[in-house]
Ligand binder design. Structure first.
Ligand code: ADP
Length: 225
């Protein structure tokens, strides 16, 4: 039986803008992600995709409901305790890469190892993973000396280096051209197969969603299919 990595139960998120104006961004989401799955979350703008990703990624808390990650109930934590869970269990890939501009590719990835508290071998692990994603010859380049696709590869290496329980990717190809987007998706798929690494990605791009084994469709804060 496949191990459940992430489970969301009856999740609600409301943004209270004022007493009369409450946005019900998520309304009773239930889902399970198993180890080694490659899942896309799609849906129109405003359907709750980012809100769901932020709560699954321990970047924000829910109004009601539970989130279990790697057999730990993260929805019990206050927002101030969530950073520990993020560092240990979750890898993020963002649309805008979010690399530190003053650090080299190698240093950006090493920093993730250091944040996780596993200081030993940061350089070796970061070098290996950057080589795996095809950047063995770009270790000492800073982000502005790399193409968009290369910067996203650094971000992929950074997400992967601590072997997190899950990698969450929010529009990971949003700023890339079609060919580079497909190269990045192919890279993620290869890592999914080779390392049995679990991925959840949010995408607007139907071509990318089509290539994912599982598609979760959100509408008005609910799972439509
Ligand atoms: P998506 O990522 O699918 O575009 P979001 O999760 O960003 O959707 O937004 C879901 C709903 O919640 C939208 O109606 C949005 O306007 C609202 N929303 C998102 N973040 C906030 C916030 N910080 N404060 C108030 N409303 C928000």
């Amino acid at each position: 039986m496949d191990e459940v990595i992430l489970e969301v139960k009856e999740l609600h998120k409301y943004y209270d803008l004022s007493k009369e104006n409450v946005v019900r961004a998520l309304q009773g989401i239930n889902l399970q992600i198993k180890k080694g799955e490659f899942t896309a979350i799609i849906g129109p703008s405003g359907s709750g995709k980012s809100t769901l990703m932020h709560i699954m990624g321990a970047l924000d808390t829910a109004t009601k409901g539970q989130v279990w990650l790697d057999r730990e109930e993260i929805s019990k934590e206050k927002i101030s305790g969530l950073y520990k869970i993020r560092g240990r269990k979750i890898g993020f890939i963002f649309q805008g890469y979010n690399l530190i501009p003053t650090l080299t590719a190698l240093e950006n990835v090493m920093l993730a190892v250091e944040y996780s508290g596993r200081k030993n071998n940061a350089k070796k692990e970061a070098t290996e993973i950057l080589t795996d994603v095809g950047l063995g010859k770009r270790l000492n380049h800073k982000p502005n000396e790399l193409s968009g696709g290369e910067q996203q590869r650094v971000a992929v290496a950074r997400a992967l280096v601590n072997k997190p329980a899950i990698i969450l990717a929010d529009e990971p190809t949003g700023e890339l051209d079609t060919q580079t987007s497909m190269e990045i998706i192919t890279l993620l798929k290869d890592l999914n197969k080779k390392e049995n690494q679990t991925f959840v990605l949010v995408t607007h791009n139907p071509e990318i969603a089509k290539t994912c084994r599982r598609i979760i469709k959100l509408r008005d804060g609910k799972i439509e299919s």
